[in-house]
Design a protein around this ligand. Structure first.
Ligand SMILES: Cc1ncc(COP(=O)(O)OP(=O)(O)O)c(N)n1
Ligand SMILES: Cc1nc(C(=O)O)sc1CCOP(=O)(O)O
Length: 499
């Protein structure tokens, strides 16, 4: 019999105690808890500090560090580890050896915040520690999150560009580097850059908040990344969630003593205001023109692959349908699209055309549905100027933020469950993620898609989406019209219950 007790991802912080409570182990554990993880702490040192200064510290013995690591590993192995302040080279070396021994077997993600000095100026780094960071720890890190002074020091290239400095850390073995831009002199924004060898840089920018209460920001960011990674978000999604969590905590921050105040820990971020603007390097941060609105809710949204299917559903008087043609030559495709658009006019049906945006404009469809790759080819300005609605597919926070920035008419959240209809490059998102994505889209209509049938509607509706897009729940059924009516009835009752 399966154990019915609920569980949470386990995340460790390997860091030091901050007696002031705003940074270090204390901040990390608050963050893990707010982001729905169970936090374990491996303490490397106890610092004596308040909001103004660090007075001193005492490190734990190597034996005690080792005992904490091994005792936890035996019973509570981590999904992710956050590394913070390790003030002694012996402890750093021990940790590097321990990670090397266990990382492959336990498959945990390692995020390091290289705390080399306190913001009040207390130095924690020696030449031998620097050398261990560079040679021993770096190859074990999935992500390192230096601020600009830390990046310059760790890279050993103080005169080089930030990109060259980050490349030095990648060359030393780190899988990715998040360059934190908080120390830059850009006043209006804070721009953080995620750099990996595998793909172009991603820049996350936020409005700079006018607060002095920023003690522990690096600790909170790195522990929030570890917590999100432990929930199985991709690295870039983890950085996005963590940056939103940090912005929320900063915007609610408060004063403690006479120095820098603390961040307010809260809950999973949902307000789009806290989420970053994503861009490629040097791309201007510009406001997109909004696409025409949907006017009435989406509800049940059949996705069909021929005009035949559209004709066979017309007796059900559908309100919205998508024509998703994947076969046929150019002539056949145009002919089907034209016929479908004519039918949609005759029957007062809101018809979306998948992929073929030029034909949708030419023949005057109600809207166009595009995937993320299609967005790179399509002339979005032409679609918007022609007054067509735009729906965009998404499968992650990253894709969701990219879609939101384009101000579409709706956003599709997929694929929720396993689907036989299409080979998906990503994993099913599941209901928890669906709920979080929907929460971030309270200002834009959403539809859930992927593996949704009668049995799933209740749970999907409870996630707060505005509609469900279905293929096989209609087209693979013996009685498709009956299936349509059953789905509609089920959706209407559960959606009404949740609204
Ligand atoms: C409502 C809805 N959501 C997602 C998709 C998938 O569209 P896309 O990413 O363009 O992939 P293909 O449909 O082209 O395989 C959709 N069509 N509709
Ligand atoms: C076409 C499509 N797009 C998806 C996405 O997640 O973007 S899932 C999907 C197939 C949905 O079919 P069914 O309802 O039969 O599972």
């Amino acid at each position: 019999m399966p154990d019915p007790s609920p569980t949470k991802p386990i995340v460790w912080t390997i860091a030091s105690s901050d007696s002031g409570g705003g940074a270090g182990i204390q901040a990390d554990l608050h963050t893990f808890s707010a982001l729905e993880c169970h936090g374990c702490s491996v303490i490397t040192a106890v610092t004596a500090q308040n909001s103004c200064q660090v007075i001193g510290y005492e490190a734990v013995s190597p034996a005690l560090l080792c005992a904490q690591l091994n005792c936890l590993l035996e019973d509570m192995p981590p999904q992710a580890i956050k590394i913070g302040l390790i003030p002694e080279p012996e402890l750093l070396q021990l940790l590097a050896d321990w990670l090397r021994q266990h990382k492959a077997a336990y498959q945990f993600t390692v995020i390091a915040d290289p705390v080399l000095s306190s913001s009040s100026g207390y130095d924690f780094i020696s030449q031998s520690s620097l050398s261990i960071w560079r040679r021993q720890l770096m190859p074990l890190l999935d992500l390192i999150t230096p601020n600009l002074p830390e990046l310059a020091l760790l890279s050993g290239l103080p005169q080089a560009s930030e990109q060259q400095q980050a490349d030095q850390l990648l060359a030393a073995g780190a899988k990715s580097v998040l360059i934190k831009g908080g120390h830059s002199d850009i006043r209006q924004f804070v721009c953080d850059t995620l750099r990996t060898a595998a793909r172009p840089d991603i820049i996350l920018s936020h409005n700079r908040l006018p607060t002095q209460n920023n003690h522990g920001t690096g600790c909170v960011l790195s522990s929030a990344i570890a917590a999100s990674a432990a929930h199985n978000y991709t690295l870039i999604d983890s950085v996005i969630i963590a940056r939103a969590y940090l912005q929320q905590a900063l915007s609610l921050s408060y004063t403690t003593g006479k120095g820098a105040g603390c961040l307010q820990h809260n809950s999973w971020p949902e307000n789009p205001l806290y989420f970053p603007h994503l861009s490629e390097p040097l791309q201007a941060r510009q406001e997109a023109q909004a696409f025409a609105a949907m006017v009435s809710p989406i509800g049940l949204y059949p996705v069909v692959d021929s005009v035949q299917w559209l004709l066979s559903l017309l007796p059900c008087q559908p309100d919205v349908i998508q024509l998703r043609l994947k076969q046929g030559d150019a002539k056949d495709i145009e002919q089907q699209i034209k016929q479908a658009i004519n039918l949609s006019r005759d029957y007062g049906l809101r018809l979306f055309i998948n992929d073929h945006w030029e034909l949708a404009i030419k023949h005057g469809a109600y809207g166009v549905h595009l995937g993320q790759e299609d967005l790179l080819q399509a002339d979005l300005a032409a679609i918007a100027s022609a007054g067509l609605r735009l729906g965009i597919s998404t499968h992650s926070y990253t894709e969701l933020l990219i879609a939101r920035q384009l101000k579409p008419s709706y956003i599709a959240l997929g694929h929720v469950f396993a689907t036989q209809t299409k080979q998906m490059p990503s994993k099913p998102q599941g209901l928890t993620k669906l709920k979080r994505y929907a929460a971030l889209c309270r200002d834009i209509p959403t539809v859930a898609i992927g593996g949704i049938g009668l049995q799933q509607i209740k749970d999907v509706a409870a996630c707060g989406v505005d509609g469900i897009a279905v293929v096989s729940a209609i087209t693979a059924q013996h009685k498709p019209q009956q299936a349509y009516n059953d789905l509609l009835q089920q959706w209407s009752s559960y959606h009404a219950y949740n609204s």
